[in-house]
Design a protein around this ligand. Structure first.
Ligand SMILES: Nc1ncnc2c1ncn2[C@@H]1O[C@H](COP(=O)(O)OP(=O)(O)O)[C@@H](O)[C@H]1O
Ligand SMILES: [Mg+2]
Length: 427
């Protein structure tokens, strides 16, 4: 395979090890500086230039995108995706992983443990939010911090409020998170490659420090993870759209809690601690997967007019309960079941003789008209209405009246901005 490692630091341990592991296995490997690409866009022909030369063909790309160049780096990865080159981590997955709020939002719809977390903006929401996550001590996090910088523990509600106010005044967005006391000063780093954990370690904080990051002086020890921890880590990486990921978990009293999923995990700490060839595992995995580049399924499947992807719920008492997929008549109505979700279980490409149960969710592709009646009412979108004439009242004036009514109820200081600023979101 011809492999490109996208990295700005060709000399660092991780990049060196990846290059070495690929060479040992007889692959043709190049480390390409992410910042030296130019992205060319032309009808039907996405292209990349590297150091002013058109890029030659690569079979696979391993992105190692640092947090400081996320925007440009993910644009380069996205371009490889458009060119149908296999990328170990998707551009979307990398973007998602960079924002602690966004990643927890994505994870929170799945049956996967996460520490209770809230995100608020209005001052009046701060105190109730702290209470909702269990009161003090409480963890406060900047959305885009790494290496433990921007993670604080507030011992009292008063200090939490003061810290949050200070940060918000500095235009910083913060998350308020339950302090998982039983995991104080330690966490688990599970290194996920594809659908397995290839190495894991426990990180233990120094002295009174509650953050166990190695950059904060934390030490590492080998750990044997049980199936629940492994499965949780792999699912978290998959949900985020990452095939190579460093998943950080807290050891909660009721099981693992996902703290974050890193898309460019360092190799030095984990390889030194476990003495395992993690770089080799990444390269082997990529060589086996190289023919399956990421496809944006929704984008590809919905280009046929009248067809789309949706989730069908099978509620208690539904006619479908107890029927097999083939006897349900779904296929006759031009509906294909791609995946069946049953509790925390995911059954891909379910067989036609599989029986449906109450509570099942079916990811289906088919004729939208046939699927309409099967989508639960609350998520069913209204059919598009014909476009109506403008009302007599000028729209801006109407909006102002509504705005005034809302303000009366809320009296939020920020929302009393002058009218000129109200529409500043519009271009
Ligand atoms: N909710 C929490 N409860 C207990 N400890 C936590 C919690 N959140 C973070 N920590 C500790 O702080 C460290 C850093 O937090 P993390 O969210 O991973 O931020 P960063 O991206 O900066 O590493 C973690 O490794 C863990 O030791
Ligand atoms: Mg971390």
């Amino acid at each position: 395979m011809k492999l490109a490692v996208l990295s700005c630091s060709s000399k660092c341990y991780s990049t060196r090890r990846l290059r070495e592991a690929a060479q040992q296995r007889g692959h043709d490997v190049k480390v390409l500086n992410t910042l030296k690409f130019a992205i060319d866009l032309e009808e039907g022909h996405p292209d990349l230039y590297f150091n002013q030369h058109q890029l030659t063909h690569y079979d696979a790309v391993l992105p190692r995108i640092g947090a400081s160049i996320t925007y440009f780096g993910t644009a380069v990865v996205r371009q490889f995706e458009q060119m149908d080159v296999f990328c170990a981590n998707s551009s979307g997955g990398i973007s998602n992983s960079r924002d602690k709020l966004r990643s927890l939002q994505i994870l929170s719809r799945h049956q996967i443990g996460i520490p209770q977390t809230t995100f608020v903006r209005d001052k009046k929401d701060v105190l109730p939010a702290i209470e909702r996550v269990g009161g003090a001590p409480v963890v406060i996090k900047l959305l885009e911090g790494t290496q433990g910088i921007g993670v604080l523990l507030a011992e009292t509600v008063q200090s939490a409020e003061a810290i949050i106010e200070l940060l918000q005044n500095q235009k910083q967005n913060v998350l308020i998170q339950k302090f998982v006391a039983e995991s104080k000063g330690k966490d688990i780093r599970a290194f996920v490659v594809g659908d397995r954990v290839v190495a894991a370690m426990r990180r233990v904080a120094q002295g009174q420090e509650f953050r166990s990051n190695v950059h904060r002086g934390g030490s590492t020890e080998q750990v044997e993870l049980d199936d629940v921890y492994c499965e949780t880590a792999v699912r978290a990486a998959q949900i985020m759209g990452l095939r190579v990921a460093g998943v950080d978990l807290l050891e909660g009293k009721d099981g693992p809690l996902i703290m974050e999923v890193n898309s460019s995990p360092g190799l030095e700490g984990i390889e030194r601690c476990t003495q395992l060839d993690v770089a080799g595992a990444i390269v082997d995995y990529m060589a086996a997967q190289v023919n399956f580049p990421e496809i944006d399924l929704r984008q590809r499947l919905t280009v046929s007019r009248g067809y789309g992807v949706t989730e069908i719920h099978i509620p208690e008492g539904s006619d479908y309960v107890g029927k097999t997929i083939s006897s349900s008549g779904l296929r006759d109505n031009d509906i294909n079941v791609l995946t069946l979700y049953r509790g925390a279980k995911v059954i891909p490409n379910p067989r036609s003789e599989r029986e449906l149960e109450a509570g099942d969710r079916l990811l289906a592709f088919g004729k939208l008209e046939s699927m309409k009646g099967l989508v639960p009412a609350k998520t069913r979108r209204k059919r598009q209405q014909g476009i109506q004439d403008l009302p007599e009242l000028p729209v801006a004036e109407e909006a102002l009246i509504e705005e005034a009514m809302v303000e009366e109820q809320l009296v939020a200081p920020e929302s009393t901005a002058p009218v000129a600023q109200v529409s500043s979101e519009e271009e």
